[in-house]
Design a protein around this ligand. Structure first.
Ligand code: NAD
Ligand code: UDX
Length: 466
């Protein structure tokens, strides 16, 4: 029986940081060290003022304040943490490849491989290696190969323990997960390793919610869970376009569909399109894997989820242009929200980036306000697309720290993120400061459109012909 005393987590990002903070909180007898190559990120995790930690997630700073320095540590000394640990979580980024074979679809596993090589080099005692990152099915095979062929003769067990938290609700999701999934080998040693990780989670997760499977089922379940969730969003978004032509209303349709207990109400909210670091990347990876096994129909089926999402983002931008008498050239379009969803400062793959890019191609002046996103992040996101150079992005986009300033003198307002505070703004004040007709494009169906129309706004929502 392996009793875990020290855990190391490689990767102090949106998953590694919150996940390890919760393990440290729930398991005061385990010492948890989160390591990262990014010195600035680790320095921010160690900032005396917990409000300066690098990730905004409701409830996270309280947990960090409680556990940091007690049994939770953040460090750049990767080797020391690996050496001392009984169990090493790999929670590094696995983005879509931007070069070579599989460019634009396959997961880039170079950081995963680097971790494996480093563990193999440093380890002087047997360790359990846990795949926390989302990985293509059968990655554990490659990890095993690297660890056993370059190691110092020490034994490794590899487990798959994908993370299902969603950003913005990470702390609740970690505190009371629908399930924890642990995949391991069927050998005696494999099952012992599975049990060791089960014992960690059993400190706070009811045993019946801890599912154990073989490694491949666990790896594949993570990719496919995200694909299923994204598919629901694309399905409802496809119907939103039909609603806009037929006087049906997507909110009513979603309620009618979702009350069927076989379908359920969640993930049926029509929007400007899904974003985030996971959905697109994981579906593209699923498509790539299916194609690599020669399963064309399977690949085409899932690829359609992405095609629909791209269409939804473009359609939203086009509606702004069409409503603005077919030109946004030189017009100020105010964006409320830049993050990919509320309650996070994460902007990866946010729909806002693509809508802005489209409007900038039409020479609009985009004015951005987001309560948690900094200006340099907005410019960085646009520059990363390489549609135009940084100077042009700077000239076309201004970032405000006051929403009323962002909206002042605007031809139109576009709601890109469903931040609660947007609902409570003084909309009369905003109306008075805008050019007329004052258009609002609510990409999240967030605002009270009746109230706004009574003030005088022309409001366009997703999935309604009004
Ligand atoms: P992230 O980019 O926020 O964090 C990854 C961190 O790993 C970075 O800080 C990077 O510097 C560090 N890193 C990379 N290589 C390293 C190395 N060799 N040594 C030390 N540090 C290294 O990524 P994330 O959002 O936390 O995602 C991590 C993984 O979890 C991905 O596979 C992702 O698909 C998966 N996942 C993400 C979410 C989510 O909501 N973000 C949810 C579930 C699963
Ligand atoms: C997702 C998965 O939900 C989570 O389980 C996994 O671990 C990581 O990926 P995340 O990307 O953080 O989590 O957020 P999620 O709540 O899934 O939202 C993804 C995107 O879909 C957001 O842009 C969100 O606004 C959008 N969305 C979600 C909709 O447009 N409509 C919905 O009904 C639900």
């Amino acid at each position: 029986m392996t009793n875990i005393k020290k855990i190391c987590c490689i990767g102090a990002g949106y998953v590694g940081g919150p996940t390890m903070s919760v393990i440290a909180k729930k398991c005061p007898d385990i010492q948890v060290t989160v390591v990262d190559l990014n010195e600035a990120r680790i320095a921010a995790w160690n900032d005396e003022d917990v409000n300066n930690i690098p990730i905004y997630e409701p409830g996270l700073s309280d947990v960090v304040a409680e556990a940091r320095g007690r049994n939770l540590f953040f460090s750049t000394d990767v080797e020391k943490a690996i050496d001392e640990a009984d169990m090493v979580f790999i929670s590094v980024n696995t983005p879509t490849k931007t070069y070579g074979a599989g460019k634009g679809q396959a997961a880039d596993l170079k950081w995963i491989e680097l971790c494996a090589r480093q563990i193999a080099q440093v380890a002087k005692s047997d360790k359990i290696i846990v795949e926390k990152s989302t990985l293509p099915v059968r990655t554990a095979e490659a990890l095993k190969d690297i660890l056993h062929n370059t190691g110092n003769g020490v034994k490794f067990q590899i487990l798959s323990n994908p993370e299902f938290l969603a950003e913005g609700t990470a702390m609740e999701d970690l505190d009371a997960p629908d399930r924890v999934l642990i995949g391991g080998d069927s050998t005696l040693e494999g099952q012992e390793a599975v049990q060791a990780l089960v014992d960690v989670y059993a400190n706070w997760v009811p045993r019946e919610r801890i599912l154990t499977t073989n490694v491949w089922s666990s790896e594949l379940s993570k990719l496919t869970a995200n694909a299923f969730l994204a598919q629901r969003v694309s399905s409802i978004n496809s119907l939103s376009e039909l609603c806009e032509r037929t006087e049906a209303d997507i909110t009513e349709v979603a309620r009618a569909i979702g009350t069927d207990s076989r379908i359920g109400p969640k993930f049926l909210k029509a929007s400007v399109g899904f974003g985030g670091s996971c959905f697109q990347k994981d579906i593209l990876n699923l498509v790539y894997i299916a194609r690599s096994y020669g399963l064309q129909e399977v690949a085409d089926y899932w690829e359609q989820v992405i095609i629909m999402n791209d269409h939804q983002k473009r359609r939203f931008a086009n509606k702004i242009i069409q409503t603005s008498y077919n030109t946004v050239n030189g017009k100020k379009i105010a964006f409320l929200g830049w993050a990919f969803k509320k309650d996070t400062n994460d902007t990866r793959e946010s729909a806002a980036i693509y809508v802005a890019d489209h409007l900038l191609n039409e020479q609009a002046q985009v004015a951005v306000y987001d309560p948690k996103v900094e200006a340099n992040q907005v410019y960085g996101d646009l520059n990363y697309l390489r549609t135009r150079d940084a100077e042009e992005n700077k000239a076309g986009v201004s970032v405000f720290d006051d929403p009323y300033e962002a909206c002042k003198g605007a031809h139109a307002i576009a709601v890109l993120t469903e931040w609660d505070e947007f609902k409570d703004y003084d909309w009369q004040r905003i109306y008075d400061s805008m050019l007329k007709p004052a258009n609002v494009f609510d990409g999240r169906n967030l605002l009270d459109s009746k109230k706004l129309r009574a003030i005088g706004f022309n409001v366009k929502t997703i999935g309604s012909s009004l």
